[in-house]
Design a protein around this ligand. Structure first.
Ligand SMILES: Cc1cc2nc3c(=O)[nH]c(=O)nc-3n(C[C@H](O)[C@H](O)[C@H](O)COP(=O)(O)OP(=O)(O)OC[C@H]3O[C@@H](n4cnc5c(N)ncnc54)[C@H](O)[C@@H]3O)c2cc1C
Length: 455
């Protein structure tokens, strides 16, 4: 463990600043999105430059300290913060440079999606980003990155052109298809295992600025029929049409089923594409309309405030069977909290046209991502909420496809981590061994450098 005097040296060496437990800013700085996470690092280094990140890595190595890397602090597992170690916090690294003629953007490791979308949309451009404006571009992209544009343009990691990386031995590397291409492959789905990403460069495409988007809601009594209809709408849908389904609660707290759509194309074509969706049943709410892409990228923000208690469980699905729909709807009737929900994210399109071994993210043939989002406010209700999510997840497991999205994993153990990296685990392990043989970067869904038996 580092001595206080050592931290003083680190503080003096940074262009950014260091926050220690005695400081007023400490309690706010150690918080992450998930209120279940309550960890107390020895210090939080708010890096302002790549050199700061290098100094943090060198310092932590010398003192044998654990490091955690923080991008947007959104991850439900809370690995952006550690007990007793050093948090390498990139939230000051906010530079965004759009190269509109070449349709590219470079952005610092602390940028969040709301910031990137606002900057690229000034030029009528965008890349696949998260559904919430406060999710970090770094952690999101390193795990894969599922979003509204993915059926049109692929996952966020498919649009990554290059990254600047600080490795475990303190080197600054440029990583792309031509430089350090082994690392470039690993970064696109292998999470934060390989170093500190201080800058990311993405490919952009023309988007909007106005797209047809929004949700339709039905009462829970119509949930079975609505989810069967959702399956029908999503089967064979155009790449431009993204539809999510969810079981949740309305503003008055009543349980409901919803379908939220985004059409990535001209407004007239969008109105046509959502006509069938709007015509189904008797919706209790219809909020589909032309909206700016920037607004669309903030639509779900109010549903997921920072600090609430959260527990998530996920699967990929090869299909949405009647049996699974029945099971999920029944389980939702027993949900203990009005803040909990169940979501289906429609995969396919461009995502599926990339090979399973082309990037570290391998789950290319999944039809849907299935997510149980338990959220509640009173800590005395934690046991009941966690039990509800676990129970449903166990019931769905026999019907699920192999694998899980690494960015939706909590602390679920090594077997589940193997399932997240799937058939790419062995190659990821080799690259980890090459660049981080001591497992310096282990606060993540960890790829252990020693050989693992892949089950
Ligand atoms: C409300 C909410 C909505 C979400 N919506 C979506 C969605 O639409 N689509 C989707 O795919 N996912 C979504 N996610 C999941 C999200 O992709 C992950 O939580 C992701 O890890 C968040 O990235 P972050 O930078 O904010 O995370 P952080 O918590 O800061 O970091 C998570 C991990 O990523 C790694 N990491 C982060 N930054 C860096 C860096 N600069 N260099 C190296 N490693 C780094 C570290 O291992 C770190 O532990 C959502 C999560 C939440 C809570």
């Amino acid at each position: 463990m580092a001595e206080v005097s050592d931290l003083t040296k680190l503080r003096a060496a940074l262009s950014g600043y260091l926050i220690e437990p005695r400081e007023e800013a400490y309690d706010q700085a150690r918080r992450v999105w998930n209120g279940m996470i309550d960890r107390r690092p020895a210090a939080i280094a708010r890096c302002a430059t790549v050199t700061d990140a290098v100094r943090c890595v060198e310092f932590a190595r010398t003192c044998d300290m654990t490091v955690a890397i923080r991008g947007g602090g959104h991850n439900v597992a809370g690995n952006a913060v550690c007990d007793g170690g050093l948090v390498i916090d990139l939230s000051l690294m906010k530079e965004i440079v759009v190269d509109a003629p070449r349709r590219r953007v470079r952005a610092g490791g602390g940028v969040v999606w709301g910031e990137l979308d606002a900057a690229t949309q000034q030029h009528g451009l965008a890349t696949t980003g998260g559904l919430m404006s406060t999710t970090g571009i770094a952690g999101f992209t390193l795990g894969g990155g599922l979003g509204n544009l993915m059926r049109s343009y692929g996952l966020a990691c498919d649009n990554l052109l290059s990254a600047q990386l600080v490795t475990a031995d303190g080197r600054e590397l440029m990583v792309s298809g031509v430089e350090n291409s082994d690392l470039f492959w690993a970064l696109r789905g292998g999470g934060g295992n390989f170093g500190v990403v201080t800058e990311l460069q993405f490919q952009l495409d023309p988007v909007g600025p106005i797209l047809v988007a929004g949700g339709v809601a039905h009462p829970l009594s119509a949930a079975r029929d609505t989810l069967r209809f959702y399956r029908e709408v999503t089967t064979g849908a155009a790449d431009a049409l993204m539809v999510y389904a969810n079981l949740g609660h309305g503003p008055d707290g009543s349980p409901r089923v919803g379908m939220r759509s985004v059409f990535n194309g001209p407004v007239a074509a969008g109105e046509e594409a959502v006509r069938k969706l709007r015509g189904f049943g008797s919706p209790i709410a219809d909020e589909i309309r032309p909206r700016s892409y920037v607004e669309i990228q903030r639509l779900v923000d109010p549903n997921f405030p920072a600090g609430r208690l959260n527990y998530w469980k996920a699967h990929f699905l090869a299909e949405l069977s009647d049996e699974l729909i029945d099971l999920v709807v029944e389980a939702f009737r027993r949900v203990p909290s009005r803040y909990s929900g169940i979501a289906f994210e429609h995969m396919g399109g461009t995502v599926a046209r990339v090979g399973a071994s082309e990037t570290a993210f391998s789950h290319r043939s999944a039809a849907y991502s299935f997510l149980i989002l338990a959220g509640w406010e009173d800590p005395s209700e934690s046991e009941a909420n966690v039990a509800w999510a676990r129970d449903l997840w166990e019931q769905v497991r026999p019907m699920a496809a192999a694998g899980v999205y690494v960015n939706y994993l909590g602390g679920e153990g090594e077997q589940r981590i193997h399932e997240a990296y799937g058939p790419n685990l062995d190659r990821l392990t080799e690259i980890k061994r090459r660049y981080d043989p001591d497992n310096f970067f282990h606060m993540n869904q960890n790829i252990r450098p020693e050989a693992l038996r892949h089950t």
